[in-house]
Each structure stands twice: as structure tokens, then as C-alpha cells.
Design a protein around this ligand. Structure first.
Ligand SMILES: NC(=O)c1ccc[n+]([C@@H]2O[C@H](COP(=O)([O-])OP(=O)(O)OC[C@H]3O[C@@H](n4cnc5c(N)ncnc54)[C@H](O)[C@@H]3O)[C@@H](O)[C@H]2O)c1
Length: 359
């Protein structure tokens, strides 16, 4: 066991992604006495909006590795208290395109990782789940509503929740935060999220292009609040397992409403709607359980905050790319381009790279 400190040790997987870089900053700022370990393949390390390789300076010890290689990792030397598990193939388009590696990473190896955590006396597992487990629903979904995962990605989230529920005991507790769709600024900005896409599109093309009729309902949450709720969940008093819709009742929007909201801030932009396309992933989510438990529920950010910060970050980095939907700021595009350049295998294995071994 590494006697590095008497500090509480938290392992954040996926710490080099959109949420992970921001979470590392907020969690360390909130408690300087934490020892933070980062664990990430670094798939998107070179895709930051700043056009330079991202450094995560809040992490005390970074491991570049793949969850699928867990057996090689010397994590055992740390006395890990809590794991915040963000590492995943992180949306539906990637899950649909890379079905096999998504199943491996998000489901099979995440289950093994949980089993490993239990064997190694980790006390708490905080899991980044998703409201997409509700699929299409015309009713307001709460945590007891019927789930209806429509994609490999959504199915993976539900399977892990079930696995956690089975595995918890008095020594191993777990929280699953079913997050709304993320939005807002991050140093590892991604533009394949609906609000981020609208703002980027309005700035670069002066057009907000809806790929569907815009009637689908989607709950949103700013990255800031994702980080704050993850931090809260890492400390929350728990019985065994807790599953929570994580977002805010004021942040359930129709896609078309979001477009008009963005237009208010960027009034020169034209809205175009694809009336022929219907998005079957539509759900309204209720957050009354979170409201009851989370004392900062009423302080959660609204959509204006997210839009303003997105405009700010895109303008700071002089974002102009009209073809951004084909760029590396879209997670799927980044992975496909890395495969083309032979940096990644089709199974999303890093090729010819020393990142794994230089820690
Ligand atoms: N962004 C959202 O809208 C949203 C909503 C709900 C839930 N979530 C969940 O939150 C988590 C983080 O999302 P994000 O937006 O930061 O995604 P992201 O794609 O930006 O980050 C994921 C990180 O995981 C790493 N990773 C992927 N596969 C790995 C593997 N096999 N081994 C080690 N590291 C690996 C990637 O390199 C990346 O840095 C994901 O689990 C995602 O499903 C995200």
C-alpha cells in the first residue's frame, strides 16, 4: 500500500474528458486535502478547444491506460476510498458506430472494474449514468418509472446500475447519477451536445440547424452542476445504493425552444428545422428526489448561464469552423479520424503510442 499520504484518495476515471477536467478542478479546489488519481486512455487529449494538449494540473497521479487493461495497472498500491467513474464511450452516435468496444468498455469492463473495486476495499463508487435510460416516454420520468433504453449506450448505463445494486453492501456503497444531457463550457469542450452545437453553429454559420422537427424533449444540465453533484455524491451519507435523476425541473426543454433561446443571445442567426426527421429519444424528467436531498438544488445554473459561457469560450478561442460537425470537437469524428490515421484500432485500442507506459 502506498503510504503517500493520509489524505482521502479519490480515483477519477475519464478525468481527461469534457466533464473530467472540470471535475478535477472543482473537487480539488473544494478540498485541497484530497489525493486525486486520474485514469484515462487520453482518447481526446489533443482535441481541446485551446488547440494544445490538455494538462490536468489538479491530478496528483495520472495513469494513461485502458479500462480493458485493468489487470496491468498498479492501482493496488493506492488505498482508494472513492471512485468516480466517468470513463466511457460517451454518447449514442459513438455507441451505435462502435457497438462492440462500447459494450466492452461501458458494460463488460465496467462490471469487472466494480468487482475489482470491491475486492480492493474501495468504499464508494459514484457512477455517471444518464437519463437516456428512459428512452421515449410521454410521461414525466422519475427514478421508479419504467426504463426503455433504446441504444447500446443507454443499455450500458442501465446494466451497470443493476450490477451496482446487486453488489452493494455495508462496506461498498454506490450512487448512480442519471444525468441530463450536458451543456456548457469546459476546457475539453465537445460540440456534439445539442446546446453546444446550436451555439457553435450560430457563431460559425449564423444558422441554428435542427436535425429533426425539434419536438423531442430533453433535460439539460450545465457541466458545472454535473461536477457539483458528483462532488456531493462522493460525500453523501448513504445506506447502500442510491439512484438519482440529476438535473433541474426548470431545465426540461423542447429542442426547438433551445434554438430560440440561443437566438436571443445571437440574434443574427437563422433557425432551420428538418420537419422530415423525428427524434425518438424524447423524455421529460422529474427531479423531485434530487430536490429533496441536494441542498444546492435551487442554486443550479440555468440555460442562460450555459449559453453565455459557451459564447465566451468559443469567442476566446476565435472559433470559426463552419464544418465543425466533421471536426475533432465531435467525439465520433475524433475517434474515426484517429482510426484513419492508424492511431487507434477499430476496436478503439491505442496503437503505437507510449501513453500507456509512461507513468
Ligand atoms: N456529456 C453528457 O451529456 C453526459 C450525460 C450523461 C452522462 N454522461 C456520462 O458522463 C461520463 C463523462 O462524459 P463526458 O461528456 O466527459 O465524455 P468524454 O467522452 O468527454 O470523456 C470520456 C473520457 O473517458 C475516457 N475513456 C473512454 N474509454 C476509456 C477506456 N476504455 N479506458 C479509460 N478511459 C476511457 C476518454 O478518453 C475520455 O477522456 C460518461 O460516462 C458519460 O456517459 C455524460
Amino acid at each position: 500500500m502506498l503510504k503517500s499520504s493520509k489524505k482521502k484518495v479519490i480515483l477519477i476515471t475519464g478525468n481527461l474528458g469534457y466533464i473530467g477536467v472540470e471535475l478535477s478542478k472543482y473537487i480539488k479546489k473544494a478540498d485541497k486535502n484530497l489525493f486525486l488519481i486520474g485514469f484515462d486512455t487520453g482518447f481526446f487529449l489533443k482535441d481541446s478547444i485551446q488547440k494544445k494538449k490538455i494538462q490536468n494540473k489538479y491530478i496528483d497521479y495520472q495513469i494513461y491506460s485502458d479500462l480493458r487493461d485493468l489487470k496491468h495497472i498498479e492501482l493496488k498500491k493506492f488505498n482508494i476510498d472513492t471512485i468516480i467513474h466517468l470513463a466511457a464511450i460517451s454518447n449514442d452516435p459513438m455507441g451505435n458506430f462502435f457497438t462492440k468496444p462500447t459494450r466492452q468498455i461501458n458494460t463488460i469492463y465496467t462490471k469487472k472494474f466494480i468487482n475489482w473495486a470491491i475486492k480492493n476495499s474501495v468504499k464508494r463508487f459514484v457512477f455517471a449514468s444518464s437519463c437516456s435510460v428512459y428512452g421515449f416516454s410521454s410521461k414525466v420520468c422519475n427514478e421508479n418509472s419504467r426504463t426503455n433504453p433504446l441504444t447500446e449506450y443507454a443499455r450500458s448505463k442501465l446494466e451497470i446500475e443493476k450490477h451496482l445494486k446487486k453488489k452493494v453492501n455495508k462496506n461498498f456503497k454506490a450512487v448512480s447519477l442519471r444525468f441530463s444531457t450536458a451543456c456548457g463550457a469546459s476546457k475539453m469542450l465537445r460540440l456534439d451536445l445539442v446546446l453546444n452545437d446550436f451555439v457553435a453553429s450560430a457563431i460559425s454559420t449564423k444558422e441554428i440547424k435542427l436535425l429533426s422537427d425539434g419536438n423531442a424533449l430533453r433535460p439539460l444540465i450545465d457541466v458545472y452542476d454535473m461536477c457539483q453533484t458528483l462532488i456531493w455524491a462522493s460525500k453523501l451519507k448513504l445506506k447502500h445504493f442510491l439512484c438519482l435523476n440529476t438535473g433541474n425541473d426548470n431545465m426540461n426543454y423542447k429542442i426547438v425552444e433551445l434554438a430560440y433561446l440561443v437566438k436571443k443571445f445571437l440574434p443574427f442567426s437563422k433557425i432551420s428545422i428538418n420537419h422530415k426527421n423525428f427524434d425518438n429519444r424524447s423524455y421529460k424528467v422529474g427531479f423531485s428526489k434530487l430536490k429533496r436531498l441536494y441542498k444546492d438544488y435551487n442554486k443550479m445554473k440555468n440555460i442562460k448561464y450555459s449559453v453565455k459561457n459557451l459564447i465566451k469560450i468559443l469567442k476566446t478561442y476565435e472559433f470559426k469552423d463552419k464544418n465543425f460537425r466533421k471536426s475533432n470537437l465531435m467525439r465520433l469524428m475524433s475517434l474515426r479520424s484517429q482510426i484513419k490515421k492508424k492511431k487507434l484500432s477499430k476496436n478503439l485500442r491505442i496503437l503505437n503510442d507510449q501513453r500507456y507506459y509512461n507513468y
